[in-house]
Ligand binder design. Structure first.
Ligand SMILES: Cc1cc2nc3c(=O)[nH]c(=O)nc-3n(C[C@H](O)[C@H](O)[C@H](O)COP(=O)(O)O)c2cc1C
Length: 187
């Protein structure tokens, strides 16, 4: 069993839900998991005391949450020493065509370059359009963006593009990087 930290940034809740799902998969695999919001982590939190760290953030107006960037900046030494992974949630990632997904890949690479973090795994994750939860202005703006990109525009409903099988596979793959207490002692 390994102790794993999952830290996330989320503005409308989708990345939070994804972080929880990752936590559930890791727990089901027998690991001890702590999921924290990177905007207000517990004061005593020290990522360096975990055996693996996964960080998630979502894209708004062309960038990831700055508080996630600060979190990664602050803990980059530990993140580079431990098994670690980063997932980036956006609507751009919902495109099937790799060329249309490229802006999300570029933002992910920028994030890593700016923080100096070299995670073992990364994933672009398709997020959600939560029209019913947005205020008037946000709903109008998101509908305009969706229309210009050929996306879903019925503001009477929400749309979720996240591929949960892909999320679970990502979490399961991460477990292969963790120290496995069930392995026989070599002595
Ligand atoms: C105000 C606003 C701005 C957004 N800007 C972008 C953007 O620049 N690029 C993108 O791919 N997705 C953008 N999105 C889509 C979000 O990344 C997507 O809704 C994601 O699921 C949000 O995750 P969260 O709920 O964890 O914050 C935007 C969404 C909102 C509401």
């Amino acid at each position: 069993m390994a102790r794993v930290l999952v830290a996330f940034g989320s503005s409308e809740g989708q990345t939070a839900t994804i972080a929880e799902r990752i936590g559930d998969v890791l727990e089901a695999a027998g690991h001890d998991v702590v999921v924290v919001h990177a905007k207000h982590p517990p004061a005593e939190l020290d990522p360096g005391t975990y055996e693996g760290v996964i960080v998630g953030a979502s894209i708004h107006m062309g960038s990831h949450q700055s508080y996630v960037e600060s979190f990664v900046d602050t803990h980059s030494e530990a993140l580079n020493r431990l098994p670690s992974a980063f997932f980036s949630v956006s609507l751009t990632a919902a495109h099937d065509d790799p060329a249309e997904r490229k802006p999300a890949r570029d933002l992910l690479e920028d994030f890593l370059e700016e923080t100096g973090w070299e995670p073992d795994a990364t994933l672009l994750v398709a997020g959600a359009l939560k029209y019913r939860e947005y205020g008037l202005l946000k709903r109008f703006m998101m509908r305009r963006i969706a229309r210009s990109e050929g996306g879903d525009t019925d503001t009477a409903q929400d749309y979720e593009y996240t591929d949960w099988d892909e999320i679970e596979a990502f979490a399961e793959e991460f477990t292969t990087l963790l120290p496995d207490a069930s392995e026989p002692d070599p002595r």
